[in-house]
Write a protein that binds this ligand. Structure first.
Ligand SMILES: Cc1cc2nc3c(=O)[nH]c(=O)nc-3n(C[C@H](O)[C@H](O)[C@H](O)COP(=O)(O)OP(=O)(O)OC[C@H]3O[C@@H](n4cnc5c(N)ncnc54)[C@H](O)[C@@H]3O)c2cc1C
Length: 408
């Protein structure tokens, strides 16, 4: 796909002089949800303008999936989402499915592959998805205004949005400003503030899909392990995730930790099964006659540096044959239930998403419109629907944007 055309086109995106523009729909945020909503509303012959405060559209999509955009997940279930109302997301996800988005990418010849667990990534770069959305917007007659900072929003019948560039009057306003994570990619709290100004509740916000930080004591014990990784099952608040766990210089990261972080709250502990494929006690008993040190045996299954440190902290240093059965049972139990109480997370600067958002009680799950404010819609991450890692968040943005675009 010719990316230079997108770059050239972006340079040409209008920076309006201050004039009053009348549109049917004004959308704030040219990210995944805002663009999808714009395309759909445009296809309905609504006149649409999208306002983006960054100099480029869809910055998050560009960096998503390590630059290859994990754009959906074909194993998607409503259970892959965290929300105060777990039913809210169901209608939108059923009406614009992963297969609907896949069909769109196929029409644009975007090549993709399944990495693992249903996660679909672009074979090329995320830019191909951005270009596809841009082309769809163009075909649907959508206007996009970049470098556009919203100064005020009022409603007296119609919505009036005043910006540094223009004033827009529209009968429908869609807030698609995303969450708070990665401020350098354009994140702002405007969506939440706007909701509150219109009297809508916003649930507790927190960084999610985010690395966890050790307590001071644990940092002293494990800081030298930075870079070591292993496969494990990590659990918190009744949720378990299998995947890589990675020691960082501040704590723990890797897919299994990111997943569990969305369920973690301050003060919670996380439990890590360090030997997910084996019964550690049976393993010990089968090797019990050996003079092998426990840490050497464990290093066959865990990174050597970690197995030594873990053994130092959790088991007396002696050959396997010198442990009692009870001691081996206890050590095996600890291996399957290694417990860490993180001090915190790395915050919004390193979080893939924000959990929490516009209270779903305030919105119609059929239309994404605010129940109390006719004409006001929300789409994407700004809503209290947080997906797990694996393409679920972009799919929520596509689905909720699609739905808002049918009604705005
Ligand atoms: C590093 C990283 C990698 C990720 N990888 C994946 C992945 O591979 N798969 C996946 O499913 N999810 C991924 N995510 C999450 C996913 O990108 C988001 O959940 C998704 O983009 C949310 O879509 P959205 O349209 O709601 O918000 P966004 O995509 O964040 O779009 C919001 C837009 O609104 C603009 N905006 C914000 N405030 C204002 C304002 N005041 N005025 C005007 N414009 C404003 C922003 O600049 C932005 O363009 C990743 C996130 C990060 C940070």
């Amino acid at each position: 796909m010719d990316m230079s055309r997108l770059k050239a086109a972006e340079k040409e995106l209008p920076r309006y002089k201050k004039t009053l523009i009348k549109k049917d729909v004004v959308i704030i945020g040219a990210g995944a949800a805002g663009l999808m909503c714009a395309i759909e509303a445009g296809k309905r012959n609504r006149s649409v303008i999208v306002l983006e405060h960054m100099d480029k559209i869809a910055r998050k999509i560009r960096v998503s999936g390590g630059g290859h955009c994990n754009f959906t997940n074909i194993n998607l279930q409503p259970d892959n989402y965290l929300s105060a109302n777990p039913h809210f997301c169901k209608s939108a996800l059923a009406r614009f499915t992963p297969h609907d988005f896949i069909s769109l990418t196929e029409r644009y010849g975007i090549e993709y592959y399944e990495k693992e667990k249903g996660q679909l990534f672009c074979q090329g770069t995320s830019g191909e998805v951005v270009r596809m959305l841009y082309e769809e917007c163009r075909k649907a007659g959508v206007e996009i205004s970049v470098d556009c900072r919203v100064r005020s929003i009022t409603k007296a019948g119609h919505f009036k949005v005043s910006t540094n560039l223009n004033k827009i009057e529209a009968s429908a306003l869609v807030i698609a400003t995303g969450g708070l994570s990665y401020p350098e990619l354009g994140a702002s709290d405007m969506g939440f503030r706007t909701a509150q100004r219109f009297g809508l509740k916003v649930t507790q916000l927190k960084p999610a899909l985010v690395p966890l930080v050790f307590s001071r004591q644990d940092l002293e014990k494990f800081s030298e392990l930075s870079g070591a990784s292993f496969d494990a099952i990590v659990g918190c608040r009744g949720r378990q995730f299998r995947g890589e766990v990675l020691f960082t210089h501040r704590g723990l990261s890797g897919p299994a930790i990111l997943q569990v972080s969305s369920y973690w709250d301050k003060g919670d502990k996380i439990t890590i099964d360090l030997m997910p494929d084996r019964n550690a006690y049976e393993l010990f008993m089968s090797k019990r006659r050996r003079r092998t040190e426990l840490s050497n045996l464990l290093s066959e299954y865990l990174p050597r540096r970690f197995s030594h440190r873990w053994s130092e902290l959790n088991a007396p240093i002696r050959p396997l044959c010198q442990y009692t059965e009870k001691e081996l049972k206890d050590i095996a139990h600890q291996l399957h239930h290694w417990t860490i109480r993180p001090a915190g997370t790395e915050g919004y600067g390193k979080a893939e998403i924000t959990a929490g958002g516009i209270d779903t009680d305030e919105l119609s799950s059929r239309t994404m419109e605010a129940k109390k404010v006719p004409g006001l819609y929300f789409a994407g991450e700004v809503i209290d629907v947080a997906g797990q890692l694996g393409g679920y968040n972009l799919q929520w943005a596509w689905s909720s944007g699609f739905i808002a675009g049918q009604y705005a």
